[in-house]
Design a protein around this ligand. Structure first.
Ligand SMILES: [Zn+2]
Length: 474
C-alpha cells in the first residue's frame, strides 16, 4: 500500500495523496480538469441531496439553462465581463465552420438567465422568481488543485428576482444561513458568515456574503457565496416589471452558489495521517463490516455478517461488508484510509457472545456492542461521531483565531501559527492590498453582527470602520 505523506510534513502533499489513495478523484487528459471517481462522487451526491432538499424547502425550484452563452450577452454587464474575462473559454468553431458570433462556455449563468428573465417578467405578479440550477461551469485556471480549484467544476447556482431591495437582501441572507447550516450540520465544518469587501465581492454584485472555514493547515477556504446583485443585472438585461403602483421598475436580483470545492474543504478539515475522516452524513458507507476468522470464515462468520448487514440496511444505515480474501488488518487500514466512520468486526468468539466489536474512525476507540439493538446503537454512535467531528473542528478553529490591533503581532501570527486574525480595518482597498502584499493575508469577510471596534486600522493611522477576519486563503 502506498504511504500517505504525514500532514505535518507537507499538508499539500498529504491532501493530494488522500484524494488519490481514497480514489476520490483523478487527473484527466485535459489540464486542470478532474475526474471525480465513484467514491468521491458519492460524497458529492449526498451533499447535493442535503443542499437540494433545503433549497426546495425554502421555496426554490430547479431548472436548467444552456452551457453556451452568446458572447454579446456576457459583455452586457461591464463589471461582470471584466471580472470574468481572464477565465473565459470560447467556442469559435462548430459544425465545421467558424461561428458568426463566438460562444462563451459559461463561467456562471447570470447573463443567460437574466436574458430569459427579461422575457418572463412583466408584472409584479410574476415575482419573485426563485430558480436554482445544478450544472457544470468552466473557469480557466492557471493553477489547479483537485476539488478546491479546477477548470471545470460542478455547482448549484441560484438566481432570483424580487420586487424590492429588502426582499433581495432577505433572500441573500437566507441562503447564506442555508449554506452555513449545510456546512456545519452535514459536513461538520464550522464557518464564519460575513460580508466580503468591495475588492473581494462578485463581479457585478452590490454586496457579496460568504461562509469561510478554516482548514487543517490554518488556511481559510471560502466555502460558499451569496450575492445581492442589486439592480445591476436587471438594468443590463432589461429585466423590468410593472409595479403595484403601475410604475415600471427594474427587479432586484440575487445569485448564490456552492461547488464541489466543499468536498475538498471537508477533507482538509477532518482528515488525518491515516487518510480521510468522513462525517457520517456524507459518508458513502457509514459502517463497514469486516469478518474475522480462520480459513473457514465464509462458513462460520459470513452468514451472521450478512444478517447484520441486512438489519443495518433496513434501519437506513449505509453499510458495506468486506468479503475480500485479504487479511483483516489490511482491510482495517484500507477502510480507515477511506474514512468510514464505524467499523464492525465480527468473529467466531463475538458470535458466541452475541456481540460485535465496533471501532470509531475519529477517536479509534473500540467497544463491544450487543447484537441485540445493534442498529439503534450504531445509529446513536454515528450521531455522536458527527457531533464530535464538528466540536473538534470548531475547537481547532477557535484555537487558531486571534484578535489583535498591533500590526507587528499580526505579521508575526501570519508567519508563525496560521489561522484567522480578527483586526480593525479602515475600509480602504489600498490598505487591504498592502496587507496582502506584506503578509499574503486577505480579508475573508466581516462577520454579520460584528460592530465597529473603534480605534485605528491595523495597518495605518486611520479610523477603523469594521472588524475584519484575515487569513491566508486557498
Ligand atoms: Zn487600513
Amino acid at each position: 500500500m502506498d504511504e500517505i505523506t504525514p500532514r505535518s510534513q507537507d499538508f499539500s502533499r498529504w491532501y493530494l495523496d488522500v484524494v488519490r489513495r481514497a480514489e476520490l478523484a483523478d487527473y484527466s487528459p485535459v489540464k486542470g480538469c478532474m475526474v471525480i471517481r465513484p467514491y468521491g462522487y458519492a460524497i458529492w451526491e449526498l451533499l447535493q441531496q442535503a443542499l437540494d432538499s433545503r433549497i426546495k424547502a425554502t421555496g426554490h425550484v430547479n431548472a436548467y439553462f444552456p452551457l453556451f452563452i452568446p458572447n454579446s450577452l456576457l459583455t452586457k454587464e461591464a463589471e461582470h465581463v471584466e471580472g470574468f474575462s481572464p477565465q473565459v473559454a470560447y467556442v469559435t468553431h462548430a459544425g465545421g465552420e467558424e461561428l458568426e458570433e463566438k460562444l462563451v462556455v459559461r463561467p456562471t449563468s447570470e447573463a443567460i438567465i437574466g436574458t430569459m428573465y427579461a422575457n418572463w417578467v412583466q408584472s409584479w405578479r410574476d415575482l419573485p422568481i426563485l430558480i436554482n440550477q445544478w450544472a457544470n461551469v468552466v473557469r480557466w485556471e492557471k493553477k489547479t488543485y483537485p476539488f478546491l480549484r479546477t477548470t471545470e467544476f460542478l455547482w448549484q447556482e441560484g438566481h432570483t428576482a424580487h420586487e424590492t431591495e429588502a426582499e433581495s437582501e432577505e433572500e441573500t441572507l437566507k441562503i447564506l444561513d442555508l449554506y452555513a447550516d449545510v456546512s456545519e450540520s452535514v459536513l461538520a465544518m464550522p464557518v464564519v458568515k460575513g460580508r466580503k469587501t468591495e475588492s473581494e465581492k462578485f463581479a457585478g454584485a452590490l454586496r457579496t456574503y460568504s461562509i469561510e472555514a478554516l482548514m487543517g493547515d490554518g488556511r481559510a477556504l471560502q466555502a460558499g457565496t451569496s450575492h445581492n446583485l442589486g439592480q445591476n443585472f436587471a438594468k443590463a438585461f432589461e429585466i423590468k416589471f410593472q409595479a403595484r403602483d403601475k410604475s415600471v421598475q427594474y427587479v432586484w436580483g440575487t445569485s448564490w452558489g456552492v461547488t464541489t470545492r466543499l468536498v475538498g474543504g471537508m477533507i482538509m478539515v477532518h482528515g488525518d495521517d491515516s487518510g480521510l475522516v468522513l462525517p457520517p452524513n456524507v459518508a458513502p458507507y457509514q459502517v463497514v463490516i469486516v469478518p474475522i476468522g480462520r480459513d473457514n470464515w465464509r462458513e462460520t462468520v459470513l452468514p451472521k455478517a450478512l444478517e447484520i448487514q441486512s438489519q443495518l440496511r433496513a434501519a437506513g444505515i449505509r453499510v458495506t461488508l468486506d468479503e475480500r480474501d485479504e487479511r483483516p488488518g489490511w482491510k482495517f487500514s484500507e477502510w480507515e484510509m477511506r474514512g468510514v466512520p464505524l467499523r464492525v468486526e465480527i468473529g467466531p468468539k463475538d458470535i458466541e457472545k452475541a456481540a460485535v466489536l465496533v471501532a470509531r474512525r475519529d477517536t479509534r476507540e473500540k467497544q463491544s456492542v450487543s447484537m441485540e439493538g445493534l442498529a439503534q446503537r450504531l445509529g446513536d454512535l454515528l450521531a455522536d461521531v458527527q457531533k464530535s467531528l464538528f466540536d473538534r473542528a470548531r475547537q481547532f478553529r477557535d484555537e487558531h483565531t486571534h484578535r489583535t490591533s498591533s500590526y507587528d503581532e499580526f505579521k508575526q501570527i501570519m508567519e508563525g501559527r496560521p489561522g484567522f486574525v480578527i483586526a480593525p480595518w479602515c475600509g480602504s482597498a489600498a490598505c487591504e492590498a498592502q496587507i496582502k502584499t506584506e503578509t499574503q493575508a486577505t480579508i475573508r469577510n466581516m462577520p454579520l453582527g460584528s460592530s465597529n471596534p473603534g480605534g485605528t486600522c491595523i495597518r495605518r493611522d486611520a479610523p477603523a470602520t469594521a472588524e475584519a477576519w484575515f487569513a491566508k486563503a486557498y
